[in-house]
Design a protein around this ligand. Structure first.
Ligand SMILES: Cc1cc2nc3c(=O)[nH]c(=O)nc-3n(C[C@H](O)[C@H](O)[C@H](O)COP(=O)(O)OP(=O)(O)OC[C@H]3O[C@@H](n4cnc5c(N)ncnc54)[C@H](O)[C@@H]3O)c2cc1C
Length: 401
């Protein structure tokens, strides 16, 4: 009989696994894949202040605690308010998460800046290496060299430069022909680019004479999956510059990078990480019985981190359901698809999901032994709330208490 089973290996399940293990427990983690964590864009978001609270100037960036307190005052119905997130030591807990999985990430309590794929600054409490700048670094930047890889037809260098010019006086666009891509290569296909061949040297050759001290070299996510840290380091040393890869598009290179580290860490727990689908869960006499294709696992406590649309959630007769307990994630009412963007659709769905905020509370047999966390919590939607990692982390810690 297992004391604790965590279902799901998106950031919520991974955060619960890390926190429980660090607290000396021996949880079992079961997941069929890695959910949204595989796609995340490189910033560990606690909140997107530009989206929710108006934009901040570099000199006025609030601390995570101030930001959350202000946010909770404005949105008392939000999950953050229910979790008492203003008292949660977000940055240190996030650092613990990244240290557990050996993720190369930077965090700062006065938020660091990342840049989206349109060159717009985005504040976040943390980012994968090479995808965020601290507030102090940002203030020192005198010059931006924007690398435009000519064959990447969906990389809007003109738009990015226009947005960057709103923040920096000196923006140079450097068009680079890496020769390895055909004229219609989409950005999404360059994930492995710098890991192969002599392309990195070509990039350095093109940068010679353009980049320099107090400059930041901004580029599409081209530094590869395996070699990115080495290449960031080398670019910084060769050109005495800072480097920044603009946040990924799908499929996410940051997600792939993080995934490599996470897989390596989970391999240290061959008996505690099971990569399989759970077919059903039953509960009797305060014991959960989880059915997998080739085995059954009994558990006293279950953390349900099955997500919604990316990792978990099934569509049946026009509605979405959480996979294991068949919790309805979307109201029966259909959202008309025609003429709506994906973001509009997910906003509408998130509104409807408010009703399911208390998922698990009605679990008749043993409510306290079933704890939901992450996206499966109704009322939360990453596209609307822009705080995916924040909710994952906070709800994971909450579910363990
Ligand atoms: C495209 C995209 C970009 C994002 N970018 C960012 C970002 O830049 N910053 C940020 O902070 N957040 C981002 N997020 C959000 C972040 O990825 C999520 O907050 C995070 O993954 C937490 O989600 P989750 O763990 O609740 O669910 P998910 O990630 O969806 O994971 C669900 C897990 O449950 C498992 N599962 C479901 N059903 C079963 C079953 N029956 N048996 C076994 N396993 C099961 C799945 O395999 C999966 O492991 C992004 C998400 C997406 C989709």
């Amino acid at each position: 009989m297992q004391e604790l089973v965590i279902i799901g290996a998106g950031y919520a399940g991974l955060a619960a696994f890390a926190a429980a293990t660090q607290a000396g427990q021996s949880p079992i983690l079961i997941a069929k894949d890695f959910g949204g964590s595989r796609f995340f864009s490189g910033a560990f978001d606690v909140l997107d202040p530009a989206f929710q609270l108006g934009s901040f100037q570099v000199s006025q960036t609030p601390s995570t605690k101030e930001l959350l307190s202000q946010f909770i005052r404005v949105h008392p119905q939000h999950l953050y308010a229910k979790f008492g997130a203003a008292d949660f030591d977000f940055v240190n807990r996030a650092k613990e998460f990244c240290s557990f999985y050996h993720l190369p990430a930077v965090f700062e309590d006065n938020m660091i800046a990342c840049f989206g794929s349109s060159g717009k600054a985005k504040w976040s409490a943390g980012a994968m290496a090479g995808q965020g700048l601290r507030q102090s670094e940002l203030a020192e930047i005198k010059k931006v060299v924007l690398v435009n890889v000519s064959a990447l037809t969906d990389y809007p260098a003109g738009l990015i430069a226009k947005n960057l010019k709103k923040q920096f006086n000196d923006v140079t666009v450097l068009t680079v022909d890496l020769g390895a891509l055909n004229a219609t290569a989409p950005l999404a296909h360059v994930n492995q680019l710098m890991d192969a061949g002599d392309l990195f040297e070509k990039l350095c050759g093109a940068l010679a004479g353009v980049a320099g001290s107090n400059a930041v070299i901004m580029m599409p996510p081209i530094l590869g999956v395996r070699s990115f840290q080495k290449h960031h380091q080398e670019l910084r040393e060769r050109f005495s510059a800072k480097t920044l890869e603009l946040l990924s598009v799908l499929p996410s290179i940051s997600g792939e990078r993080a995934h490599q580290f996470i897989l390596k860490k989970l391999a240290e727990f061959p008996k505690r990480f099971v990569q399989q689908e759970i077919l059903s869960v039953e509960c009797a006499d305060n014991v959960f019985n989880l059915k997998l294709s080739d085995q059954q696992i009994e558990a006293k406590k279950v953390i349900l981190a099955t997500g919604k649309f990316v990792g978990g959630g099934v569509r049946r007769e026009g509605r979405f359901f959480e996979t294991l307990f068949d919790l309805p994630l979307i109201d029966a009412q259909q959202v008309p698809v025609k003429g709506k963007t994906m973001i509009q659709l997910s906003h509408a769905r998130a509104e409807q999901n408010q009703d399911f905020m208390g998922v698990g509370v009605n679990w008749e047999q043993s409510p306290s032994a079933l704890q939901p966390c992450g996206h499966v919590l109704g009322g939360f939607d990453f596209a609307r709330e822009k705080c995916g990692f924040g909710i994952s982390l906070i709800s994971a810690h909450k579910s363990l208490n």
